[in-house]
Design a protein around this ligand. Structure first.
Ligand code: HEC
Ligand code: HEC
Ligand code: HEC
Ligand code: HEC
Ligand code: HEC
Length: 474
């Protein structure tokens, strides 16, 4: 028997399938979706860049579904045929003989191997896609846009969403897929909250995610932090604070510091909180160096059974490690200090501040009006500067616009201050939720507010601090 004859015999059961409409539909669906899938996979591999989020949904989630549906139609068609024959509905008999059955068995076995391989690749690709930053951040564009925008500009912009939100292991993977399915429904029906609530109550304990990359006991030493503020006078006069943050850690021989005081291999601090943002903390239990527990409570604290008790972990301080939103003044100060906005245009800070605190209908309007407002101010009041330094004025206007765009999302009802940041104590209570000298132990001790406990204060809002020159930073 030559090759051609063998093939014809092997494929002869196919000719049978063609006689049944349902089976035929199944064969066509499976074959066409399989070919399309393989085509896209090759395209994706060779083009080197990930698919557009919506194209991704089609390739990685819808097409594999069509493929499976087609496969299921084939036996369904055959069963339906038998069922109808039994009920006495006249069906054209299929010319089945022994030879044909043998060929059918070989064909089915062969195709099953191919199908299992296809499904394995499709499942793998689907999961990989659903875990990608493109899918998490962009597929439901409007919903995730505040978190995604902040993320792209953060120290973690190269860390995948799932590395913090799911982490390693199968258990959390399944949990996240189940809650993900619920979220897809909420997005489809438009029933999600705006803004998306924070804290995330079912976030995986941070020590299982963050510590895959950071090992805080190992931190040691201090970190120099310079924070500048700009005045609303004509010269935008700057004052700077220079702080040595006592980062610390419990190993490495350095001071115990910020990290080591709140946890070691285990957490050392538990607290009671009575609001859903975890901003009100009436009671704190601390495990001292001697292993004994001390309870600190404010006067008139509610009973210990009220509210929620929580073991302190990374995100009780670093609650915005990657989706950090600022208050208007701090956001502007940072942009000015980083040089994203020129500091030598008259009254820039005052004008910028007014421009970003105004309300705008939507993001497009804001983007247009903020730039117009800043350039307009110089054209009207400083025509000389507007002409001679047009590029700087434009850069300033765009810098101010970007500060707003990074922090305000009217369609998600996310405005200045929607998400408090717990690192620090200037814009939000932060560390002072506990470190306020109001939390007292039975023996009268308090949780300290000593300025030098958390940071050495090398300069406090000084004009041109000498320490910066001494350190060679100016
Ligand atoms: C470095 C770790 C990290 C990465 C990377 C990360 N997140 Fe988050 N995310 C967090 C933490 C921590 C919170 C809030 C924790 C809290 O207070 O409960 C959060 C909160 C959120 C929230 C709840 C609303 C809010 O603003 O608090 C959404 C939505 C979210 N993240 C989406 C994303 C998306 C989408 C990505 C990827 C584009 C991403 N996250 C990447 C750590 C991360
Ligand atoms: C997959 C690895 C990874 C994970 C998981 C991760 N980070 Fe990071 N983190 C990084 C990298 C990389 C940087 C940037 C380091 C740099 O810029 O020197 C960073 C920087 C930081 C910084 C310093 C930011 C700054 O301003 O310098 C903090 C704080 C931080 N991470 C906290 C967290 C917290 C909290 C979590 C868990 C919610 C977390 N990280 C999870 C990799 C990770
Ligand atoms: C009590 C609050 C608190 C807790 C809890 C905490 N941190 Fe920090 N962490 C800080 C402060 C404050 C800084 C210094 C911030 C700065 O310099 O602006 C810091 C700095 C860092 C840095 C940057 C270090 C450097 O040298 O630049 C990383 C990374 C970090 N923390 C990770 C973590 C991780 C991971 C956890 C949880 C295992 C954690 N932190 C728990 C308060 C905390
Ligand atoms: C949930 C309450 C809570 C929060 C929030 C909190 N701390 Fe603490 N902190 C404590 C307790 C409790 C102690 C130990 C008090 C004692 O020594 O008995 C402590 C001790 C410290 C110490 C050691 C002080 C000393 O005298 O040696 C430092 C430093 C510190 N915290 C920094 C911070 C920083 C920085 C933040 C904010 C990023 C912060 N803490 C937020 C509860 C808190
Ligand atoms: C419980 C710890 C803690 C205590 C106590 C504390 N600070 Fe801070 N402070 C911080 C942290 C954390 C930051 C944030 C550092 C950063 O922005 O990176 C900060 C930031 C600052 C800043 C810079 C703010 C900015 O953005 O311009 C100043 C100024 C400051 N502290 C002054 C003080 C003074 C004065 C005291 C004493 C009344 C004090 N702090 C007590 C933890 C503390």
């Amino acid at each position: 028997m030559n090759l051609q004859e063998r093939l014809t015999r092997l494929l002869s059961p196919m000719a049978l399938a063609v006689r049944d409409k349902v089976v035929l539909a199944g064969v066509v669906l499976t074959t066409s979706s399989a070919l399309t899938l393989i085509g896209f996979w090759i395209l994706e591999m060779t083009s080197g860049h990930p698919a557009h989020p919506y194209v991704g949904i089609v390739i990685f989630m819808i097409l594999p579904g069509v493929f499976v549906a087609g496969l299921l139609l084939i036996p369904a068609g055959l069963l339906l045929r038998r069922w109808r024959a039994r009920r006495g509905v006249p069906v054209a008999p299929l010319p089945v003989d022994k030879e044909l059955l043998k060929n059918a068995a070989v064909l089915i076995a062969g195709l099953t191997v191919v199908n299992v391989a296809m499904m394995a690749v499709a499942t793998y690709k689907g999961v990989e896609y659903m875990d990608s930053t493109t899918f998490c951040g962009l597929a439901c564009h409007q919903v995730m846009s505040p978190e995604y925008t902040a993320y792209v500009n953060s120290p973690h912009s190269r860390v995948a969403c799932t590395q913090c939100h799911i982490g390693p292991g199968a258990g959390w993977f399944v949990k996240s897929k189940l809650s993900g399915a619920r979220q897809v429904v909420a997005v489809t029906l438009g029933t999600y909250s705006r803004p998306i609530p924070s804290p995330v109550h079912h976030l995986r304990p941070a020590r299982e995610t963050c510590e895959a990359c950071h090992w805080p006991q190992k931190f040691h030493g201090d970190r120099l932090v310079v924070r500048s503020k700009y005045g609303e006078d004509e010269a935008n006069t700057a004052t700077s604070s220079v702080l040595l943050m006592r980062i610390g850690g419990s190993q490495g021989g350095g001071r115990v510091g910020i990290h080591g005081r709140h946890f070691d291999a285990l957490s050392r601090v538990r607290y009671q909180t009575t609001d859903d943002r975890r901003q009100v903390i009436p009671r704190v239990i601390y495990v001292g160096d001697d292993g004994k527990e001390v309870e600190y409570a404010v006067d008139g604290a509610p009973p210990a059974t009220a509210g929620e008790w929580r073991e302190m972990d990374c995100i009780d301080c670093h609650n915005r490690p990657t989706h950090a939103f600022d208050m208007p003044e701090s956001a502007l100060n940072r942009a000015l200090q980083a040089g994203r906005i020129p500091t030598d245009l008259p009254f820039l800070k005052r004008e910028a501040s007014a421009a970003i605190k105004a309300e705008y209908m939507d993001r497009d309007t804001a983007a247009r009006e903020i730039v117009g407002r800043i350039t307009g101010f110089y054209e009207k009041n400083y025509p000389e500067i507007a002409r001679a330094r047009a590029a700087d004025v434009q850069k300033a206007a765009e810098g101010v616009r970007d500060v707003w765009m990074r922090n305000v999302f009217p369609d998600m009802k996310l405005v200045w201050g929607s998400h408090p940041n717990n690192i620090g104590h200037e814009d939000f209570p932060g560390c002072f939720r506990c470190h306020d000298e109001e939390h007292k132990a039975k023996d009268g001790r308090t949780i300290t507010q000593d300025c030098n406990a958390c940071h050495g204060v090398l300069a406090m809002e000084e004009n041109d601090p000498k320490i910066l020159a001494d350190l060679g930073l100016k």
